[in-house]
Write a protein that binds this ligand. Structure first.
Ligand code: ZN
Length: 240
């Protein structure tokens, strides 16, 4: 009888740890379900995905030289390595925003609700345990998301952050390099107005093309009359 009672206690403890434990603090900001551009015109949010990479410090140095803040969507599994944790901590101390880009870059359109939940939850947990960060947004790998696959993310209380300008810095071929990436951004800015438009730009800190042109990209964004902001500023500031 006593053994049975103990067994019940053990089972209850195991289940309650899984079901009820708050592993990490939840975001306190207003939930913005979907971000494609900014709430106010004249803003540009630079976002860097898939990091931290070997180029991370170079990107941080360039951002610091221009005194601007960006947003990094990190992969959870990378934070199992101390040198990646150190890189991310440096980004935080420089004032950049850290967000969730899944555990290991699976295609979310091919995952079950439970797998989506695990990908988002485990990444939130390691962001909290290693960096003390509570993310607010989730960016699906490759931007692959639809309403059914977004539901588990919204249920957890996180917004889905996509972009409205992709210069395709992940492409690398004889016909697509740093100049083409820069030109994509320049063309978008030339065809828009800071009085009416805003941009969330998709970049990757591992991309040599983005790294090579990051100075020029920042300079042309500024010279077109936009201010460079974090995703929080982009999603919150303004009234429409
Ligand atoms: Zn990615």
């Amino acid at each position: 009888m006593k053994n049975t009672f103990n067994l019940i206690i053990i089972i209850f403890t195991l289940f309650s740890a899984n079901l009820f434990a708050d592993h990490y603090p939840k975001p306190t900001q207003r939930m913005v379900p979907l971000v494609l551009d900014c709430r106010s015109p004249g803003m540009v949010a630079l976002t860097f995905d898939d990091g931290p990479s070997e180029n991370f410090e170079t990107v941080l140095g360039t951002l610091k030289n221009h005194d601007i803040k960006a947003t990094f969507f990190l992969l959870g599994h990378k934070l199992e390595k101390q040198h990646h944790i150190d890189r991310a901590l440096k980004a935080i101390s420089d004032g950049h925003q850290i967000e969730n880009h899944s555990w290991d870059h699976e295609d979310f359109l091919k995952l079950s609700d439970a797998e989506i939940h695990t990908q988002v939850d485990n990444t939130n947990l390691i962001l909290w345990e290693t960096l003390g960060v509570t993310p607010r947004f989730f960016r699906p790998p490759h931007g692959r998301i639809d309403v059914p696959s977004a539901m588990p993310i919204w249920d957890l209380g996180y917004g889905v952050a996509l972009w409205n300008l992709d210069p395709q810095d992940y492409k690398s071929s004889w016909s697509w390099g740093p100049q083409q990436v820069f030109q994509e951004i320049e063309d978008a800015l030339d065809g828009a107005s800071p009085a009416e438009d805003s941009f969330v730009i998709l970049l990757h800190d591992a991309s040599p093309t983005s790294i090579e042109k990051l100075d020029d990209i920042i300079l042309t964004i500024k010279s077109h009359g936009y201010s460079l902001v974090t995703l929080d500023e982009c999603a919150d500031t303004g009234s429409h």
